[in-house]
Design a protein around this ligand. Structure first.
Ligand SMILES: Nc1nc2c(c(=O)[nH]1)N[C@H]1C(S)=C(S)[C@@H](COP(=O)(O)OP(=O)(O)OC[C@H]3O[C@@H](n4cnc5c(=O)[nH]c(N)nc54)[C@H](O)[C@@H]3O)O[C@H]1N2
Ligand SMILES: Nc1nc2c(c(=O)[nH]1)N[C@H]1C(S)=C(S)[C@@H](COP(=O)(O)OP(=O)(O)OC[C@H]3O[C@@H](n4cnc5c(=O)[nH]c(N)nc54)[C@H](O)[C@@H]3O)O[C@H]1N2
Ligand code: SF4
Ligand SMILES: [Mo]
Length: 729
């Protein structure tokens, strides 16, 4: 058996004649690459290529983007609505009206019996922005449940929370061009070459032109760590301690920017008191990075003319996720590195449109970064939509990770899932399964009918995917980009936009609120809502035409903007979104609350991603040229640890945690330390059967990357059979 990516045959893409190229944006990660989709002479889609004129990707695409057109021919798509009485019954095909009537009736029945909030809606970071806005209208304005959230709670919630705490508002302040100006870059828990390959390419190009130190903080020797000048293999879950120790050194040695701190921030003195306890001499024993290295890195960062930090899930998916983000912001505020070229706190976003949902879906509030907690915002949106402001709740409801326990305890009885697959992606799957079994009603809206969570649904809505519809995405650097509709949806599948509009007609307020007929109509509404005194999220100068021409425009881009370039950075003027205009320095105390390895469960269980797969593999698992690189669930294990346990390369093992077990192949590699295994989370019935997922107190994001497991030998033939069975499409 061949196993391991380097042994696989390279991809060969046969050239096919193209009649016309159509403009779109990639639908996987948040880099936001512009793609042109090639349509053949028979009208079929035959290829994808990177758009050479796009500032983001300049003609490049990664493996997923270059094969994206293959998605249109994948098996398992939903081609008609399906219904059944109980989830254990066989599905019956039905028409849209019946499926929607049934769903609306169930929502009303459950709300009537148990209260408005007993029906929950969970969405995603993968719809188009106009769809998010329309879903917000439907849920906040018509259905009226407050238990409405997105899978972004598994992903970007800590970044949002940390930005809000430090700067008074969400919104990443930097851009990719900062790589071309920075003099020092620190990456926390972010593996760009695999997870954001084209952002990595931008970084690599910048470093080839002008070398600057790259410092990578990650317990694994990731691909990014291999390319770094300095790798800090941190003890899982302790980034805050490392940053505190760096701040301790910076302030003690007078390397901070007192002028910036005095002019633009609050809280410096209070923060200093907390930092007093984090001398590198003590801190090194917690974070696993030696005191000299901490001092070295602190000096390097603070002395650089401009320095920037990026981070992704190594920070966000942690019990100190929000604190980690605040502390990265602290580091940059104290050194005067916010809003200047090459000096920034740039959270690398996850899903293609995780930003779009933050901006417009109303999941955590109301559209355009408005808050339910503010009466003037409720009033403004109610007036704009033409409904009674009293219909809105006065504070946000449950996060996704609290909605599931509320199903367990019986407060939530019905659920509508849109473009997310929690049966595979939520931590502690055995418990999640139990929760699904308790639901009185579940509607699943997905492009694939064979998505795992559909096992528990009563109604299935088949959705159109990617360029089967039209609308926008916002990427990591606040760039709004466009997907043109290049092909008709398969079978009777419908754009999510259409589904939300049709559903609204079944609710009283749906007749009061105007629902534009096209995504472009919705975009025009959003433009109106984006204007206002002090608003950074201003898209009023944009149009579909301008966005396509520019290959994406960054917000803010105001109505009077000249040229096709939006504003690259936020907070360049030092004015933050708190009422007094100042950013907050917030001292962070370390809380030692993770499940750690012990005698019974001696390994850290770390999880994440590989370049060829996307999330729960509903898409990339069906693209041969992606799937062939890692078709089987596996774990990285250190060869010394494997030898001690008598585990050979490419043999199956059983992993056990306090929650459940999983069977994976062993891949022996020095990438992981001796007391850690790393498992890509893409596979069903795999790492999330093991994870604990303790929640961050501010963002409610689960600590997917920290729990403890032990390893057992198993019968190889039995394991191979089990695996083949589970993974047969
Ligand atoms: N190919 C591909 N690309 C993707 C995705 C995909 O599924 N496939 N998904 C997209 C999405 S939604 C997201 S959110 C991003 C995720 O992008 P990344 O966050 O870059 O990816 P991960 O592999 O989840 O995690 C990154 C690293 O965090 C490290 N880590 C674990 N614990 C700690 C810790 O305590 N501290 C620190 N500093 N690091 C730690 C892990 O070892 C891992 O190498 O990728 C996006 N891009
Ligand atoms: N152990 C572990 N678990 C993790 C993570 C980890 O690092 N480790 N990472 C977490 C993170 S960061 C994330 S973002 C989540 C992702 O978790 P999920 O959101 O559950 O994963 P996806 O596979 O992206 O699910 C998206 C679904 O939407 C469908 N879809 C795609 N396009 C459309 C569309 O246009 N319309 C509709 N209706 N459906 C569509 C896809 O077929 C797919 O089924 O996983 C989290 N889980
Ligand atoms: S880097 Fe991200 S946006 Fe670009 S092609 Fe790859 S998956 Fe798509
Ligand atoms: Mo994510």
């Amino acid at each position: 058996m061949i196993f391991g990516r380097k042994n696989r045959k390279p991809i060969s893409i046969p050239a096919k004649p193209v009649k016309e190229w159509k403009y779109t944006t990639c639908n996987y990660c948040s880099t936001g690459c512009s793609i042109e989709v090639g349509i053949g002479h028979d009208g079929r889609i035959v290829s994808s290529r990177g758009h050479a004129g796009a500032d983001v990707n300049r003609g490049k695409l990664c493996i997923k983007g270059i094969l994206e057109h293959d998605l249109f021919q994948t098996p398992g798509r939903g081609t008609q609505p399906l219904m059944r009485q109980r989830f254990k019954d066989e599905f019956q095909p039905t028409d849209w009206d019946t499926a929607m009537d049934q769903t609306a009736a169930k929502i009303k029945e459950i709300q009537g019996k148990y209260g408005r909030d007993s029906f929950a809606v969970i969405s995603t970071g993968q719809l188009l922005t106009e769809e998010f806005y329309t879903l917000g209208k439907l849920v906040r304005g018509c259905i009226g449940t407050n238990n409405y959230d997105g899978n972004t709670t598994l992903c970007m919630a800590s970044a949002v929370s940390g930005y809000k705490r430090s700067f008074g508002s969400d919104g990443p302040p930097g851009c990719y061009e900062d790589f071309e100006h920075t003099n020092c870059l620190m990456a926390f828990g972010s593996n760009l070459p695999e997870q954001h390959p084209v952002i990595y390419w931008r970084l690599k190009e910048a470093r080839e032109k002008r070398h600057f130190p790259l410092i990578v903080v990650d317990p694994r020797v990731t691909m990014l760590a291999q390319f770094a000048d300095i790798h800090l293999p941190i003890t899982p879950g302790t980034d805050c301690v490392l940053i505190n120790a760096m701040l301790h050194v910076i302030i003690n040695e007078g390397l901070h920017d007192q002028t910036y701190i005095d002019a633009y921030t609050n809280g410096f003195e209070e923060m200093k008191t907390i930092l007093a306890d984090y001398d590198p001499i003590q801190a090194q024993h917690i974070c696993g990075i030696d005191e000299d290295m901490i001092r070295h890195v602190a000096r390097l960062y603070a002395k650089a003319d401009s320095a920037m930090s990026i981070w992704t899930m190594g920070i966000n998916q942690s019990t100190h996720g929000s604190d980690g983000v605040v502390n990265i912001n602290n580091l940059n505020l104290v050194t005067g590195n916010i809003g200047k070229p090459g000096g920034t706190s740039l959270s690398i976003t996850g899903q293609c449109n995780a930003m779009g949902t933050r901006e417009w879906s109303s999941c955590s509030g109301l559209p355009g970064y408005r808050a339910l907690e503010k009466p003037e915002h409720r009033q403004e949106i109610a007036e704009f939509w033409g409904i009674d402001p009293e219909f809105f709740p006065k504070k946000r409801g449950l996060f996704q990770t609290d909605i599931f326990p509320a199903i367990e305890s019986g407060e939530i009885k019905g659920l509508w899932l849109i473009a997310t697959n929690p049966l595979t992606s939520m931590p502690n799957q055995p418990r999640i399964r139990k929760m699904f079994e308790k639901l009185e009603f579940l509607c699943v809206q997905d492009v694939y009918r064979d998505v795992e969570t559909n096992q528990y649904s009563h109604v299935y809505f088949p959705a159109a995917m990617w360029a089967e519809k039209e609308g926008c995405h916002t990427n990591t650097e606040r760039r709004v980009n466009l997907i043109r509709n290049v092909i008709e949806p398969v079978g009777e599948a419908k754009p999510d936009f259409w589904i939300f509009r049709e559903m609204a007609k079944r609710f009283d307020n749906g007749n009061l609120i105007r629902f534009p007929e096209t995504p472009e109509g919705a975009f025009e509404e959003m433009k109106q809502l984006s204007v206002g005194e002090g608003r950074t999220l201003d898209i009023s100068g944009m149009s579909y035409e301008k966005i396509e021409k520019a290959c994406g425009i960054q917000w803010p881009y105001r109505a009077d903007a000249e040229g096709l370039k939006g504003q690259q950075r936020l907070y360049g003027d030092g004015v933050f979104q708190y009422p007094d205009g100042r950013a907050k320095l917030i001292g962070i105390k370390f809380r030692d609350n993770n499940e750690k390895p012990d005698d019974d469960y001696p390994f850290w269980c770390n999880s994440g991603r590989v370049v060829e797969h996307f999330h729960t593999r509903t898409r990339t698992g069906k693209i041969g040229n992606c799937n062939k690189f890692s078709p089987t669930p596996y774990m990285e294990i250190n060869p010394d640890a494997a030898e001690e346990l008598g585990i050979e390369h490419q043999t199956y093992v059983r992993l056990i945690s306090r929650r459940g077990d999983a069977v994976v192949l062993a891949q022996l590699t020095q990438r992981v330390p001796r007391d850690m295994v790393f498992i890509p989370f893409h596979f069903h019935d795999c790492v999330n059967r093991l994870t604990l997922g303790l929640l961050d107190p501010y963002s409610r994001q689960p600590a997917f990357k920290q729990c403890a497991v032990r390893i057992e030998h198993i019968d190889q033939a039995e394991a191979a059979r089990l695996n083949a069975e589970r993974r047969a499409f």
